[in-house]
Structures are given as C-alpha cells and as structure tokens.
Design a binder for this molecule. Structure first.
Ligand code: SF4
Length: 274
C-alpha cells in the first residue's frame, strides 16, 4: 500500500482533521513516534504515558533497524509522565512502569538515557503527536506491522484491553512481563522468568516463559532464542514472533536466552553461574 492510499483510507476512517495530524501532505507519517495513552499506572496509580515509537521506521521495511535483534517492529515505551526516565531510574520512581522486575537499576538491559529519555523529553516539549489506540491499531493493521509491547517498561502497567486492541491488528507481536501473576496479560506477554524455579512455576500454571540465564541452565522445554549470539543470530523478532505470550492449548516451548544487552555483565544470572 502506498502512503497516499494509506492517507486516503485513514481519512475515510477518522476524518480529515485527524488525517492532517497523522499524515503529511505527501502521504507519509508526520512523525516516527506518537503518544498513545496517558493515565494512572496499573502498578501503583502514578501518572504514566505510553509512546509508540519507530512507526515510520517499521513501515519503511527496507530501512534496517538500529536494534539488530528486534528488527523493524513498532516499539512501545511505558514511562512515568511526570518524572524523566533517568530520574525515575535513580529515585526508584520507575516502579510505576517496572513493578517487580528484579532488573530495575543497574541490571536493566535498556539504555535508559537513550530512547526512553529522548522520547520523554520530546513528550514534555509537546513535539509528539497524540494518536488514539484505534488510530494506532489501524496503522499497525494497514501496514502489516510487528509490535513490541514494552521496549522499556512492563506492559502490565497499562490496561490489557488497550494492548489487546493493538495486538489484534499486528502481524506479530512480542511482550514480556514481570507483573502478571494472574495471567491477565498472557495473550500479550511471556512470563518473565529470572530463575529455574520461575520457569517451572510458569510451566505449572500453563504459561510460556522467557528466561535469561546461564547457558548450561537451559531446561528441556526451553528453546534458545534464535536471534541470540548463542542461537546463531538466525532471525530477528520481526520475523520470529515466538515471544507472543500464551495461546489457548499452547504447546509451544518457552524461550531461553543467556544474558545480553547493556546490563548483561551485571545480570543476576552471572551471580547464579558463579
Ligand atoms: S525467540 Fe524470537 S521473538 Fe523471542 S526474543 Fe528471540 S527472536 Fe525475538
């Protein structure tokens, strides 16, 4: 679908005023990142914002993603609305978007000073257009995009129904949660497991898990992430999509990966392996 066709379809669905906010006169998106939702965190009630980023990049599938593992998917960020990501990291206010994740702080694999901080600063400057969930879902569907729930922040910090609307439109999706003990997000997120015991617990309740751990600790029902160095970098999340949560009667294996990314050397798995 050409950009002009997409603009025309969007205009027919949402009206000219909205089309003029989202699309430029030549049909391309006006921005790469959009504010999607603002409201209280489900984790602690503090104000947070959801930003969908790299949408233009994902549409231009011929453009190679800066993140070699995830490929050109739409990225999503859950951030404190009133505290910068770096300040939230330092003060512990990131609990509103990270909840019980044990990697909060030095072990986090996300470089918080980069995309999360830059997007938050753009949000505070008011330079990110605001888009509705329905409009985002339309774009994701029309351009057949993959969607990553929680490039930074836990998807369980916002309402599951909102995310399911986006997921239903996505070509494929990935997501991970440390804050979903009752499985309300199981159709969106893998259960993040930090220990062998966590992975066993996930299996016992019929959930697929995503575990980071020493290579020798891989369990029989865990597959090595094919995008990892150890897995031979055979694919990217954009093409793989195995980390899309748990379906009804799901017999697929859980996913395992050795520590990677910015916080790899400080990951608790190293302490476990020592
Ligand atoms: S298993 Fe697939 S979807 Fe999951 S992290 Fe690896 S490449 Fe991405």
């Amino acid at each position: 679908m050409s950009n002009k066709q997409a603009r025309r379809g969007f205009l027919e669905s949402f009206g000219v005023d909205r089309a003029n906010i989202v699309f430029g006169s030549k049909g391309g998106l006006k921005a790469n990142s959009f504010v999607v939702w603002e409201g209280p965190s489900r984790l602690d009630g503090k104000p947070i914002v959801m930003i969908a980023a790299a949408i233009k990049t994902a549409i231009a599938s011929n453009v190679e993603s800066a993140n070699g593992k995830t490929g050109a998917m739409v990225q999503s960020y859950f951030l404190r609305a009133d505290v910068s990501p770096l300040d939230a990291l330092a003060s512990g206010a990131d609990v509103s978007i990270c909840g019980k994740c044990p990697l909060r702080g030095a072990s986090c694999y996300v470089q918080v000073g980069r995309a999360p901080q830059g997007l938050w600063e753009a949000y505070k400057r008011g330079t990110l257009p605001v888009i509705t969930v329905a409009e985002l879902a339309w774009l994701v569907d029309r351009f057949s995009l993959g969607f990553r729930f929680g490039s930074y922040g836990d998807p369980a910090s916002v309402d599951a129904a909102l995310l399911l609307t986006i997921k239903a439109s996505a070509r494929l999706s990935t997501g991970y949660s440390h804050n979903d003990p009752k499985g309300a997000y199981k159709a969106i997120s893998m259960m993040s497991a930090d220990t062998v015991e966590d992975a066993i617990q996930a299996r016992d309740v019929g959930r697929r898990s995503f575990r980071v751990g020493p290579i020798e600790s891989r369990l029989p029902w865990e597959s090595l992430c094919p995008a990892s160095a150890e897995g031979g970098r055979k694919t990217t999340c954009e093409d793989c999509g195995l980390c899309d949560g748990t379906r009804e009667n799901d017999s697929r294996r859980s996913i395992f990966i050795p520590p990677h990314g910015a916080g790899a050397k400080k990951h608790p798995a190293y302490a476990m392996a020592a």
